[in-house]
Design a protein around this ligand. Structure first.
Ligand code: SAH
Length: 228
């Protein structure tokens, strides 16, 4: 084989820039318009966040297993939640301090860390929390703070947050998360029982007023109580 003619050097590998660009083009067709989000999905190596056996699938628009019966969300959903979280009302300040509930593989965490100053991420499964922490440190992220805890109660000591994203589905929106939102802050959370979940966007418009709308049907693993 001539130098440079190996499929990988031609950019045909399954984790190559070409396969990432195909994914990003698909997300754009599906309605992701925020260029910062698209650029970030092009940049963050999703194949580093899935088990070895699944690497070849990492730039397909589908969820994948990450161990412990959990899944890394579909790229479209990560992009949509990030786009919703970054959206600010006219004249509003860009989001700076974000809480994520459900670290999982750490992929959504990395995407957020590319786009805001500080990310606080909480996971209830010790094995996943430690693995994500090591992975993200290894990839060079220094603006992520990891918590091993039940995120249903948020992370009060670092709050309030101008953005909160929950990557597991709640039956009811946890009160603590509403309380830990700053005025003008936004919570993005899947809500509802399995097979009937909606992605909900909740804005704290004033100290005592929250405004909510459902934007899409989704399918997430459940938000569970306690640590394991
Ligand atoms: N954002 C993750 C998605 C992982 S799936 C990723 O990109 O890989 C959802 C995660 O939420 C799982 O890891 C699950 O263990 C975690 N989770 C469920 N209930 C939780 C809770 N109460 N507190 C913190 N994490 C929780």
């Amino acid at each position: 084989m001539k130098p440079g003619s190996h499929p990988h050097s031609l950019g045909l590998g399954l984790t190559s820039p070409a396969s990432r660009a195909r994914l990003v083009a698909e997300l754009k067709r599906e309605g992701i318009v925020d260029e910062r989000v698209l650029e970030t999905l092009m940049k963050v190596p999703r194949h580093e966040f899935v088990e070895e056996a699944w690497r070849g699938e990492a730039y397909k628009n589908k969820p994948l297993p990450i161990g412990q019966s959990q899944t890394i969300s579909q790229p479209y959903i990560v992009a949509l939640m990030t786009q919703l979280l970054l959206e600010v009302p006219p004249g509003g300040a860009p989001r700076k301090k974000v809480l994520e509930v459900g670290t999982g593989s750490g992929y959504q965490t990395a995407v957020l860390a590319e786009l805001v100053q500080n990310v606080f991420s909480v996971e209830r499964l010790k094995a996943l929390s430690e693995q994500a922490r090591n992975r993200l440190r290894g990839l060079g992220y220094r603006n992520i703070h990891f918590g091993y805890a039940d995120g249903t109660g948020g992370w009060a000591s670092h709050g309030p947050y101008d953005g909160i994203v929950v990557t597991a589905a709640a039956v009811d929106v946890p009160k603590a998360l509403l309380e830990q939102l700053e005025k003008g802050g936004r919570l993005v959370i899947p809500v509802g029982p399995p097979a009937k979940q909606s992605l909900r966007v909740i804005d704290r418009v004033s100290p005592n007023k929250w405004q909510s709308r459902d934007v899409a049907g989704v399918s997430f693993v459940p938000l569970l109580e306690g640590k394991a």
